[in-house]
Design a protein around this ligand. Structure first.
Ligand SMILES: NC(=O)c1ccc[n+]([C@@H]2O[C@H](COP(=O)([O-])OP(=O)(O)OC[C@H]3O[C@@H](n4cnc5c(N)ncnc54)[C@H](OP(=O)(O)O)[C@@H]3O)[C@@H](O)[C@H]2O)c1
Length: 267
């Protein structure tokens, strides 16, 4: 039985990774900042990757570490604390989830950093994993449906909705990403593997329209031109992976399941 630590095992992705690993017969331990009771054969360990507190104990004895913990800021610091502890403990496989575009979206000026600093953090974290001295695998995925839903929900609260002009997204289902990540986790360390994107790319305005339609709302959409190099790269599609549109569940299906709406996205 393989002993696996899943960081972020309580998050959108991690919640889907953990049961798959259990089904595959692994012994799973989940790192969380909050203490939780063990349940369904899953042990919880408390620690904070941002401060490093509790991380030594969390990684101890873990043969494989699946690093799904993340937030909009500071993922390189979290990765550094994890990598240090994992290297000392001698894990035999470190698996990381990054984002499509991490290597293609330049984050150079203040505007880029303010709006798209996440991509620079993910790239820095990728490098820490690759340079850790541990055998590793990194998968880059596009934005999860749930994250896009959160964004469009927030946008729909405004009476007139500014939408970045020329931006497209290729939302992928977290279940599809979890399935791929577990396959990679149980395989040999493979370095940087082919990306995973959703089945289709949509203009941001269409993703918003789909949500509004499904939610029986009407809003005026106002395209806005975002400045900076990272925004330019988005307009050029650097956040998409059209050659790896391997996700199975569409945005329409996701919305229908979430909101009980018909499976149509108007354009
Ligand atoms: N969401 C997307 O669209 C997307 C796309 C591509 C890649 N990714 C990457 O996939 C990963 C998972 O994303 P997600 O959407 O599933 O995230 P999420 O739902 O926001 O969950 C974040 C997880 O990270 C844990 N976490 C956050 N800060 C932590 C800290 N300081 N110490 C320990 N744990 C911490 C949280 O655990 P507790 O709250 O229990 O402590 C939670 O389990 C991230 O690395 C993200 O960058 C996400």
């Amino acid at each position: 039985m393989q002993d696996i630590l899943v960081t972020g095992g309580t998050g959108t992705l991690g919640r889907r990774v953990v049961p798959r690993l259990r089904e595959a017969g692994c012994k799973v331990r989940v790192l969380s900042r909050r203490s939780r009771e063990a349940a369904e054969g899953i042990e919880f360990v408390t620690g904070d990757l941002a401060t490093g507190e509790g991380i030594e104990a969390a990684v101890e004895g873990a043969e494989i570490i699946v690093h799904c913990a993340g937030s909009s800021k500071g993922d390189e610091d979290k990765a550094l604390n994890l990598v240090r502890a994992a290297s000392r403990a001698g894990a035999r496989h470190l698996v990381y989830i990054s984002v499509v575009g991490a290597d293609r979206i330049p984050v150079v000026g203040g505007i880029d950093r303010a709006m798209f600093g996440y991509f620079a953090s993910k790239l820095a974290a990728e490098r820490l994993v690759a340079d850790s001295g541990l055998p590793w695998t990194t998968l880059r995925a596009t934005q999860f449906h749930a994250s896009i839903l959160m964004v469009v929900r927030g946008m729909a609260k405004l009476p007139i909705v500014p939408v970045p002009a020329g931006f497209r997204f290729q939302p992928v289902d977290a279940d599809d990403v979890a399935a791929r990540l577990v396959q990679l986790t149980l395989g040999e360390p493979a370095g940087l593997v082919p990306e995973l994107g959703g089945p289709q790319a949509y203009p941001m305005a269409d993703l918003l329209r789909g949500y509004l339609h499904a939610n029986h709302q009407h809003r005026l959409i106002m395209p806005v031109w975002l400045p900076g190099q990272a925004a330019r790269a988005h307009r050029a599609g650097a956040n998409l992976t059209l050659d790896h549109a391997d996700g199975t569940r569409t945005w329409e299906d996701f919305l229908a399941d979430q909101l009980g709406s018909p499976r149509v996205v108007p354009t």
